[in-house]
Design a protein around this ligand. Structure first.
Ligand code: AHG
Ligand code: MN
Ligand code: MN
Length: 329
């Protein structure tokens, strides 16, 4: 069977839905190329001196790993020349990087978590890259304000997983597709489409070390899961926590489940970032028939107030997400 490339998939999407003009396709192709380069560095690991910390901090006061810095540079550099972007922001950049006027400027805004799962870099566990594309409001400077749009405005979102295979998961608003990198050919090929997240599940993902800080609805939900067959849910639940959102979400896209990093007494706003973690993942999961809320409201409807804003995240199998959200009401 001949498998589609990313380019062919996007051309087909444009033909069917008119949602991928050539500039958006080119932007996604540039991101996919950058992802290949990052994946190569990840695979090289210690051989290319890619492990360990960079000795610097990002805007959020978090220690940066060498790969955080490398991945950010690769993505920024790759997108600087392309002509599809007006500006980009990243977890590793304090302010939006506005495309300098000597370069061609496009009409999109790119938001990214260049390297997700930093704590797993040095232990050889799956990590990834997350990105989100917003339209730049017409006739205005692509400053911070231009980025503060709700996630439902995203025209594309995706993430890469650098795991046993390098994969790229992508949505342009009509379903979600997964591509696997053929390392010999250097090409991503479509390997899963459509992706459907089952509405029910018996598997949850949460960092239980935060339990003492949880709000009562979260505590109630997890207690009920742990009670298993003899509890109110009348079935046993399994637990997984990779601590790389990309890997945890990919598992949910594969066999269902619920992923939670709720706000709690320690993470008062939540731990994950709205603009380049929660929003792209929420769009992808919704496009697979799942749901994503902050425990109270749909993530894609949240009006952002700051670039690096954090938010509670509950996403995955629809009926489970609705249950947790109902417990908060
Ligand atoms: P990042 O490496 O970009 O800072 O993101 C890490 C995130 C996410 O991938 C993961 O789900 C979560 O942090 C893990 O948090 P804990 O270390 O608290 O489990
Ligand atoms: Mn992250
Ligand atoms: Mn990161």
């Amino acid at each position: 069977m001949r498998r589609a490339t990313i380019t062919q998939y996007l051309i087909e999407q444009q033909r069917k839905h008119g949602n991928v003009p050539p500039e958006l396709r080119l932007l996604i192709e540039v991101i996919a190329r950058a992802v290949k380069r990052i994946g190569h560095s990840v695979t090289q690991g210690a051989l290319a001196d890619m492990l360990g910390s960079a000795g610097t901090e990002n805007v959020q006061g978090e220690a940066q790993k060498k790969l955080d810095v490398v991945a950010n540079e690769v993505l920024v550099e790759a997108n600087l020349w392309g002509g599809q972007l007006a500006a980009m922001v990243s977890e590793e950049l304090e302010r939006p990087f506005i495309i300098p006027s000597e370069y061609p400027r496009g009409k999109y805004l790119l938001l990214m978590d260049p390297l997700d799962g930093s704590s797993n870099i040095d232990v050889n566990v799956s990590i990834g890259t997350i990105f989100s594309v917003l339209p730049c409001p017409e006739g205005r400077e692509p400053d911070e304000q231009a980025f503060l749009q709700p996630g439902r405005n995203q025209v594309a979102a995706g993430f890469a997983v650098y795991g046993p295979s390098t994969m790229l998961v992508l949505t342009v608003g009509h379903g979600t597709a997964a591509f696997t990198l053929d390392r010999d050919l250097g090409t991503f090929f479509l390997t899963r489409e459509p992706i459907e997240v089952p509405a029910d599940t018996a598997e949850f993902a949460i960092n239980v070390s935060n339990m003492r800080n949880w709000e009562p609805p979260v505590k109630r939900y997890i207690d009920e899961c742990l009670a298993g067959k003899t509890g109110p849910r009348e079935k046993d639940f399994n637990m997984r926590w990779v601590a790389s959102m990309v890997a945890d979400v990919y598992r949910i896209l594969s066999r269902g489940g619920i992923f939670m990093y709720p706000r709690d007494a320690k993470h008062k706003e939540g731990r994950l970032r709205l603009m380049y973690e929660a929003n792209p993942m929420a769009l992808i999961v919704e496009q697979c028939g799942g749901a994503a809320t902050n425990g109270r409201t749909r993530i894609l409807d949240v009006q952002p107030t700051a670039l690096h804003q954090r938010i509670g995240v509950v996403l995955g199998s629809k009926n489970e997400v609705e249950r947790v959200t109902a417990y908060h009401r």
